[in-house]
Design a protein around this ligand. Structure first.
Ligand SMILES: Nc1ncnc2c1ncn2[C@@H]1O[C@H](COP(=O)(O)OP(=O)(O)OP(=O)(O)O)[C@@H](O)[C@H]1O
Ligand SMILES: [Mg+2]
Length: 380
């Protein structure tokens, strides 16, 4: 029996907003998407009221999940601060569980500084280290780097997962060629798709690429939180998170709320991109997430025919910047046709050309990352 949008709306009519209005009349719902028994929508509220709405979100999830035929419900609470409204009140949760991770927890800011109802930094059981791959601006090759780095870490003998947190424009389905939708386990958690020896999850597996746009909003934490926590990741040494581009509110919230052991900044050598990289760095520093280093992508052009190297962007900027800022420089990845072609055909270069020079570069970057995560991995 297939679930209809109408059934979902009827169920939601029984849920009341904090002001007592039926949820369906509260003018807060995004369009409801139903696909193969999986239901998605967001509740868009003013940030000052977000806390009261979290209960409503949970109730909405409850009634939707109770509809016969519903396999899963992903309901995001997106909180937008209206122009002129005061910032949301700080609120206090019990601190998250941080046992076993004292060194990193010690660097952390107090929990929930953003006032997000979903603000939590508790560790994810079974995952030794969650790391983010981020960039100040879009299109610098963050997703390509995240996936190939994950594969490089895999080649070092680690058990690795990849979470595509780019809910604005998930690209991991394209980069991995994954077309299937995740199944649910007995606990109704989504089982990540296994590909190239990685556990992979993306919102793009659940909704069509265009539909993912319904998640737009400055704060989309509950969607990401669900992808982190309502997924049966199993035991992982490292979970690599491909972040959405930029350093806006959404990214900051994400950096604050995901229990990150560290972040990697991807930059291209152009000045402009480096300015953005600095911004990315500042964002993680602000929320006390250690920056594991900078990767310079599209560092130099390597001719696919003769292998000649041309430093068309005036290469080396990221290395100098890293030195100046006192963060590790992780490596240079050339601009090469093979990297683009393999990425875009769902066959990342570390998997498709494991003995080639590019795979070696990603593995070397992976080794530097692994070395910095050693304590966390050993403690798990
Ligand atoms: N080193 C490289 N050599 C050649 N092409 C590359 C390289 N890195 C990335 N690309 C290509 O550049 C494009 C953008 O890369 P990618 O999608 O990884 O960037 P992104 O930073 O994740 O973008 P977005 O900001 O949209 O998420 C893709 O077509 C990809 O194949
Ligand atoms: Mg991307």
């Amino acid at each position: 029996m297939s679930v209809t949008q109408q059934q979902v709306l009827e169920a939601l009519a029984s849920v009341r907003s904090p002001r007592g209005v039926a949820l369906t009349n509260a003018d807060v719902l995004s369009p409801v998407t139903v696909s193969d028994g999986k239901v998605f929508f967001s509740i868009n509220v003013d940030a000052t009221e977000a806390r009261a709405w979290e209960t409503v979100r949970a109730q909405a999830e409850g009634v939707v999940k109770a509809i016969p035929g519903v396999a899963s419900a992903m309901i995001a609470l997106t909180a937008e601060r209206k122009a002129g409204s005061p910032p949301p009140p700080p609120h206090r949760h019990a601190p998250g569980h941080t046992h076993g991770v004292a060194p990193v927890a010690a660097h952390r800011p107090p929990p929930n500084p953003a006032g997000s109802p979903m603000a939590r930094q508790s560790e994810i059981p079974g995952i030794a280290a969650v790391i983010a791959v981020a960039s100040g601006k879009g299109g610098v090759g963050k997703s390509t780097t995240a996936l190939n780095l994950a594969l490089g870490l895999r080649d070092l003998g680690l058990r690795v997962g990849l979470l595509d947190a780019d809910i604005y424009g998930p690209s991991v389905p394209r980069l991995t060629g994954i077309r299937e939708k995740p199944a649910l386990n007995a606990d109704r958690k989504m089982i990540p798709i296994e590909r190239f020896g990685l556990a992979v999850m993306s919102i793009g597996f659940l909704v069509e690429e265009d539909t993912a746009m319904i998640w737009r909003g400055p704060m989309v934490m509950s969607a990401i939180t669900q992808m982190l926590r309502d997924v049966a990741w199993g035991t992982l040494d490292v979970l690599v998170v491909d972040m959405p581009p930029g350093t806006g509110d959404a990214q900051l919230t994400l950096a604050q709320n995901v229990p990150l052991k560290g972040a990697i900044i991807v930059s291209t050598p152009q000045d402009l991109s480096l300015i953005d990289a600095r911004r990315g760095l500042a964002m993680f520093t602000k929320v006390n997430v250690p920056v594991l280093g900078i990767v310079e992508n599209m560092s130099y052009f390597q001719c696919p025919h003769c292998g000649t190297r041309s430093d068309i962007f005036g290469h080396g900027g990221a290395r100098h910047e890293a030195e100046r800022l006192g963060v590790p420089f992780l490596g240079e990845i050339p601009l090469h046709m093979a990297i683009r072609a393999t990425s875009d055909s769902g066959n990342p270069i570390v998997a498709s050309e494991p003995d080639g020079p590019h795979a070696a570069i990603y593995r070397a970057i992976g080794a530097k990352v692994r070395d910095q995560l050693r304590d966390a991995i050993a403690a798990a």
